[in-house]
Ligand binder design. Sequence first.
Ligand SMILES: NC(=O)c1ccc[n+]([C@@H]2O[C@H](COP(=O)([O-])OP(=O)(O)OC[C@H]3O[C@@H](n4cnc5c(N)ncnc54)[C@H](OP(=O)(O)O)[C@@H]3O)[C@@H](O)[C@H]2O)c1
Length: 332
Amino acid sequence: MTRVAVVGATGAVGRTMLSLLRERSFPADEIVLFASSRSAGTEIDGRTVRRLDETAELDGFDIALFSAGAGASREWAPRFVDGGAVVIDNSSAFRRDPSVPLVVSEVNPHALQHHRGLIANPNCSTMQLMVALAPIHRAAGIERLVVATYQSVSGSGRKAIAELEAQAHASLNGIEMPAPEVYPDHIAFNVIGAAGSFAEGDDHTDEERKMMFETRKILEDESIGIAVTCVRVPVRIGHSEAVNVQTRDPLTADQARELLANAPGVILGHVPSPLAAEGRDEVFVGRIRRDESHPRALGMWVVSDNLRKGAATNAVQIAELLVADRARLAVA
Ligand SMILES: NC(=O)c1ccc[n+]([C@@H]2O[C@H](COP(=O)([O-])OP(=O)(O)OC[C@H]3O[C@@H](n4cnc5c(N)ncnc54)[C@H](OP(=O)(O)O)[C@@H]3O)[C@@H](O)[C@H]2O)c1
């Protein structure tokens, strides 16, 4: 009997997780949905959303898929673990904890061996980058990365999607755009040159810091140099990334193409777009070319659906690995 909890079930990621569990025929005997008091009682796919509070019954789950924000994860994930579940968490709450594996299913599933009940899913923009870069790192070693992201609004949750739609609708109808609430500036017909927020005294955003830290943890190499600019663009779903990768050993563009053509979870294209990647579970890589300014650097363009591979798909893939090898459900 496998019991699964989905925490944050009404959110952009939570709803995608529910679709994926169904699409992939995940072997769950029971799926229980949780959210805050705001949407408790809502029906999704014939299931009533339960309120996550002190009265909730949290014992006896095998797996808890969390996408309810870092605060809720910090408060409630340990309670599910105490009740016997392995928690796969989409938030940033535990990613930096050295005892918590940070796992991309195609890249470092070996890290699952040592979990203590908590497994972290990487940030969406890091996730797709790792699927595209791990094969290159294994073959030639990555010395330095220069990345610019073009992140969609769904990466900030359902309120941000509504904000883009409301501003775009107003603008197209000649009405004054509503004031921004999720972002510091209007996002419709605009570009925001800093995705994420700035911690006191830091000139990089938290999104940029996540990519730096998480890349080194997942690739298990603290020596990788990373320069990153995270940008928010008026796209509903799908993050894009312009990547310059400098390797330690020489690697031609043809060799990189061959590596990626055979890499799990990657589809090679000419110029992939977020619209074409929407609803897909793979990471799309295109524009692989020699950087003519450096003998060991290549340029590439990496696109993926942030709600799927960037969050829900990877979480469900980790859950599938755990269920396939039930020994992995046991805490190390
Ligand atoms: N969006 C992405 O592409 C993406 C990618 C990777 C990781 N993540 C992470 O995944 C998490 C969710 O993101 P999202 O985009 O799905 O956000 P979202 O659309 O705003 O949804 C948030 C969900 O969390 C629930 N929630 C909020 N506070 C809660 C609480 N105290 N107790 C129980 N449930 C609570 C909400 O329930 P109510 O309906 O009751 O408000 C809703 O179901 C975040 O940590 C985010 O950083 C997101």
